[in-house]
Design a protein around this ligand. Structure first.
Ligand code: SF4
Length: 307
């Protein structure tokens, strides 16, 4: 029996890879726990999600072997197939409720947006899992992390299955509005969404596509919320207008501003205007009550100076 330590270096968000590693080791009869510096381990798995976060600073000596993984260490490294096929060991995260499951139906994306790591990391889109493999043991609320599920016929079939099985879902990495046809809008309106439908709104052209997609879905009876991931690129005016566009649409439409992260440049400095746009848009109560020009992120500085 081995003693296994798991260490999530930079994120408290449930880490599916670590949960699968845990499941696989427990199947071998090993003991698995969150890493602590006072126990001796046969193996410690370290997972790092982001390249721009701090690494674990202490040198780890209380283990015979360390295995590092995750995009923050190496974008080319994947779990071995036998581990990847495991069901996540949800018991590692007591905060995940008994009705929630995490997973992917597809991996990859056919597009190549210049700010995005997915095509480099996962390649072209391909089927990955069946929704029945994810919705296990009565876990009927699914957090699905597909990057572009609508770009895959298999993905669309899976969404039909989700409707038939009456599962609740959140595609938390967003859908691509350009791919929403009339038929797809009808299908999406039938899905039981956890809280909201998310779209990417990363370019000026995507505003019109998001408008088109959301009104089609509304036409088929959807009454819930929409959420728009808006990447902040070089151009303040363009980025700001794209985020601000959704402010006039009312309560059902909520943008989320994300400063661009250059994964090849760990020393990248996020411009102050991007921090301020995100600080304004990403706090719902500020965004709803205050125009950007009146937002005062620091004493004596109002954002109207940017405009
Ligand atoms: S469509 Fe989305 S997942 Fe695909 S490359 Fe662009 S940003 Fe990345």
């Amino acid at each position: 029996m081995m003693n296994i330590g798991l260490l999530a270096v930079d994120s408290n968000y449930p880490n599916i890879a670590l949960m699968k590693i845990s499941a696989w080791h427990k199947l071998q009869g090993d003991n698995v726990e969150w890493y602590n510096p006072f126990t001796h381990y046969d193996k410690v798995y370290m997972a790092k999600v982001f390249s721009f976060t701090e690494d674990y600073i202490q040198y780890i000596t209380n283990t015979d072997c360390v295995e590092k993984g995750g995009t923050g260490y190496d974008i080319g490294k994947n779990l071995p197939e036998v581990i990847d096929r495991m069901q996540p060991d949800y018991s590692m995260y007591p905060s995940i409720d008994q009705k929630t499951a995490y997973g992917f139906l597809t991996r990859g994306c056919p597009n190549r947006c210049k700010w995005c790591i997915v095509p480099r990391k996962e390649g072209k889109i391909q089927p990955y899992m069946d929704v029945e493999e994810i919705a296990i043991n009565g876990r009927n609320n699914l957090i699905l992390m597909d990057n572009n599920v609508l770009a895959s016929d298999y993905g669309l079939e899976q969404i039909e299955k989700i409707v038939r099985m009456k599962l609740r879902v959140d595609f938390n990495q967003a859908l691509d509005a350009r791919l929403v046809t009339d038929d797809i809008a009808k299908l999406l309106a039938k899905v039981k969404w956890i809280k909201r439908i998310r779209f990417g709104c990363d370019t000026p052209g995507q505003i019109a596509e998001c408008e088109r997609a959301t009104s089609l879905i509304d036409k088929y009876g959807y009454k819930g919320e929409y959420f728009f991931y808006c990447i902040l690129l070089e151009d303040f005016k363009e980025s700001f207008n794209r985020v601000n566009h959704w402010r006039n649409k009312g309560r059902r439409f909520l943008p989320h501003a994300q400063p661009y992260r250059d994964l090849d440049n760990p020393r990248q400095i996020i411009p102050q205007w991007q921090k301020d746009v995100a600080g304004w848009a990403d706090k719902k109560w500020i965004f709803r009550t205050c125009e950007f020009k009146d937002f005062e992120p620091r004493k004596g500085f109002k954002c109207k100076e940017y405009l």
